[in-house]
Design a protein around this ligand. Structure first.
Ligand SMILES: *Cc1c(COP(=O)(O)O)cnc(C)c1O
Length: 377
């Protein structure tokens, strides 16, 4: 019987263990220590920004981004329906309301539809952009770079010139993806909007067990996010806190793993791409990434008309696969939320199956999965 082939598992084959040992020996295991700074610097340097704020999770980074972007209770925030729910929940943490938007064929938010929504359903008033149907202020858009593909940021940037909306990039799946053409040629995912969030959860391209990172265009706003992430501490001796903060800071142990992982990231990017191309040359029809970008090839999307039968079959082959996320506007916490012209997302929801894409997948594994998929069709 063939070995089990997992979907997406960590690859801790570098200096992670040595660095964690060092952190433990130094007894710097909590939310202070040099690995945190080193990890922040490594990520910032890699994506080409001056600084980054290490957090407990990508979700925490997104929450801080929304706060620091000025999202107020009762505001509306435009979000995709086809994504992981952690991209949306922070909107509700702030007692703001999501408005669900469709995807285009990149699986990312359909920016053309977003434009139609803003142009036809909203009024630009002195107090901001107002959704005519609800009377609420539309204050931000959370755009997700799904599976390492990139959303159309050129078009989104034009909307930011036209309307007073903040742009938060959920780049949790897209560390290493960057634009090869357009206004943002050379820019990495997360560096174009007002804020960008990364995740280092166990299934992401690099992991710290759990963790996240926030970057931002405005140094003051980013400094505010850092302050809020550490309980809004103004005076550590006398416990003076002038705002309500959060316990969102990454620990030194997590960051030690992260420093090891950043050393491996360039080779992970190569492996992800090579395995993607091997699937394709084996005749496996995976969804393409945009051709004007360099993707990190985080997740591979196989299209099938027989999703549930295929998933059952792959389980029998001891190959782990999964359907794409349930559409968030159809889930119980969000049934009352507003959604706008959702048409493409159900099509992809019915058909996309993610297949094994770990960086420790061998060529032999890729060939085995490919043969199994071909045998099913
Ligand atoms: C993983 C992920 C998150 C959340 O990151 P965590 O580190 O798990 O909190 C948010 N949005 C998307 C699209 C993700 O894939």
């Amino acid at each position: 019987m063939a070995d089990f082939i997992p979907l997406s598992v960590p690859n801790l084959s570098g200096n992670e263990r040595a660095y964690v040992n060092e952190a433990i020996e130094a007894q710097w295991v909590s939310t202070g220590g040099s690995y945190i700074t080193r990890f922040e610097e490594a990520v910032a340097r890699f994506v080409g920004v001056p600084e980054a704020v290490a957090c407990q999770s990508g979700t925490a980074a997104l929450h801080l981004a929304l706060i620091c972007a000025g999202v107020q209770p009762g505001d509306e925030v435009i979000v995709p329906t086809l994504t992981f729910i952690a991209a949306v929940n922070p909107v509700k943490y702030l007692h703001a309301e999501p408005v669900f938007m469709d995807c285009d064929d990149s699986l990312c938010m359909d920016i053309a539809k977003l434009e139609t929504f803003l142009d036809t359903r909203c009024d630009l008033t002195p107090s901001g952009l107002i959704d005519k149907s609800s009377g609420r202020r539309v204050s931000a858009v959370i755009v997700v770079h799904v599976f390492g593909n990139l959303a159309d940021m050129d078009r989104l940037a034009l909307l930011r010139e036209k309307y007073p909306i903040r742009i938060i990039e959920d780049a949790t799946e897209a560390l290493g993806s960057r634009f090869l053409s357009g206004c943002f040629r050379g820019f990495h995912a997360g560096t174009v909007g007002d804020f960008g969030a990364f995740s280092f959860n166990g299934n992401k391209i690099i992991t710290t067990g759990g963790g996240g990172m926030l970057i931002g265009a405005d140094p003051e706003e980013l400094a505010h996010a850092r302050y809020l992430s550490t309980q809004a501490k103004d005076d550590t001796l006398r416990f003076i806190h002038n705002e309500i903060g959060y316990n969102y800071r990454m620990t030194n142990v997590q960051a030690a793993i992260g420093v090891g992982q950043m050393e491996l990231l360039p080779s992970f990017l190569e492996t992800k791409k090579a395995n993607y191309e091997r699937y394709r040359s084996n005749g496996i029809d995976l969804l393409p990434f945009r051709d004007d970008i360099q993707s990190n090839y985080w997740f591979y999307s196989y299209m099938t008309e027989k999703r549930d039968a295929l998933l059952a079959y792959l389980t029998d082959c001891r190959i782990q696969a999964r359907p794409i996320w349930a559409l968030i506007h159809s889930l119980p916490p969000y049934l009352d939320a507003q959604s706008f012209q959702i048409e493409r997302a159900p099509y992809y929801w019915e058909r996309v199956v993610n297949i094994p894409c770990s960086t420790n997948l061998t060529a032999k594994d890729v060939d085995f999965v490919s043969e199994s998929l071909r045998a099913f069709d």
